[in-house]
Design a protein around this ligand. Structure first.
Ligand code: AMP
Length: 397
């Protein structure tokens, strides 16, 4: 299999699918360029090896055809600055003129195609559209993990036009490698910490993880659905009464599989969802009306920490409390710190999902994690055990 490490790029036009779906302010200025920064190593590799990058991405959600506010022209200047090379913008992403522009690119020159989603064929995964895109390059590099769970023209279908010239970029390669350290052959014990607001959005992942983890810590708002399912009083805590059977089933499955399932036994309860609330520590199953559990209590935090610090592989998705409010951030902070400690001792730790990443950043713990994934939907689908079309296409599966 060709890889970005062994492929000979000299004199080649390399079509690179990136995820440049960055936020802009009202003056069309980029407010967070993380995704562009993340794609630079791959683009630079092609340049250093004597190739010409032809960059393509979706950007925003144009409804039907070209819209100026979703034009890649808002991004070209910034990319040019970061690369130190003037990036040429194509008038479209397919067609004769674009093909000619791509063919005329000289070594060291960079071109960006116009927004892929200006054409319906992109999201439809249209083969003819994919073929036209493919005409703009000699090889295809997929470096957009964020869209790897979509079978779109540029992320998957295009692969068939490059049977011997397709590969992952650095970003997607490291995402997949890191995820596989958790999903495929983890060092044990493997502990997953799943938090966030609701069980309902995470059932498939939890069920899938039960086949592989040794310890599963379920925290955050999910706690109260489990407590209620066991006959506890949860007061005004967030609780999904339609999912009590699901919670019981998860507990049953955990028992069958020999998974150590850990749910908070005490909580920090508050009489209001705010920084000014009165708070007290309560048993998780004795929360009176008018009170709601918004963070794990000290006994539970101690248990979480002990399990995490004795783990060899750790996956963290979702805060175990309302970390956005300082008063209810203690549990999530403690989880983050325990992961850092375990990582220092040699564990592999992966944090993913928007809220946990925000949480890790809030407490300045990012450097202490082995890998932070920013992939969102694609990450969750991988953890659910699904095949990602953008990954399978490169591997020829
Ligand atoms: P999710 O998007 O499902 O990962 O949920 C993340 C959100 O869950 C965060 O914004 C947290 O503030 C929230 N959350 C965590 N614990 C609780 C709780 N006990 N009650 C209400 N919301 C919570």
């Amino acid at each position: 299999m060709q890889t970005i490490h062994n492929y000979d790029f000299s004199g080649k036009k390399a079509l690179i699918r990136v995820d440049f779906n960055v936020p802009l302010n009202e003056n069309f200025e980029i407010t967070d360029d993380t995704r562009i920064q993340a794609a630079l190593p791959t683009i630079k590799k092609v340049l250093e090896e004597g190739g010409s990058p032809v960059i393509m991405s979706h950007f925003g959600r144009p409804k039907s055809g070209p819209e100026d506010k979703f034009s890649m022209r808002h991004l070209v200047g910034h990319l040019s600055k970061l690369l130190g090379v003037e990036v040429k913008l194509a008038p479209d992403c397919v067609g004769e003129e674009v093909k000619k522009m791509a063919a005329a690119l000289k070594t060291g020159e960079v071109m960006m195609l116009e927004n892929l989603r200006f054409h319906k064929g992109e999201e439809k995964g249209d083969e003819e559209f994919a073929k036209q895109l493919a005409e703009n390059g000699d090889c295809w590099i997929n470096d957009a993990f964020g869209t790897a769970h979509r079978a779109h023209a540029s992320t998957a279908v295009i692969a068939k036009f490059f049977p011997n010239d397709k590969m992952f970029g650095y970003l997607i390669e490291s995402e997949v490698k890191s995820l596989d350290k958790v999903v495929k052959d983890p060092k044990r014990p493997l502990t997953a910490i799943m938090g966030g607001a609701k069980v309902s959005s995470k059932i498939t992942i939890i069920e899938n993880l039960l086949s592989s983890v040794d310890n599963l810590i379920l925290g955050g708002g999910m706690t109260y659905t489990f407590v209620k399912a066991n006959g506890g009083e949860v007061g005004n805590s967030i609780c999904e009464t339609d999912f009590l059977d699901t919670a019981r089933n998860i507990e049953k499955l955990a028992k069958e599989k020999g998974v150590n399932l850990i749910v908070a036994t005490d909580v920090l309860a508050a009489d209001d969802f705010s920084e000014n609330a009165n708070t007290k520590i309560l048993p998780a199953n004795e929360i009176p009306k008018g009170w709601q559990g918004l963070d794990a209590g000290p006994e539970s935090i101690a248990k979480f920490k002990e399990v995490i610090e004795n783990s060899a592989t750790i996956l963290w998705n979702g805060p175990v409390g309302v970390f956005e409010i300082d008063k209810f951030a203690e549990g999530s902070k403690a989880v983050g710190e325990a992961i850092v400690k375990a990582t220092e001792k040699g564990a592999f730790s992966l944090v993913g999902g928007g809220d946990s990443v925000a949480c890790v950043n809030k407490f300045g713990l990012a450097d202490g994690m082995s890998y932070i994934s920013t992939a969102g939907g694609a990450l969750l689908e991988y953890l659910e055990g699904r095949v990602l079309p953008g990954v399978a296409a490169v591997r020829g599966e």
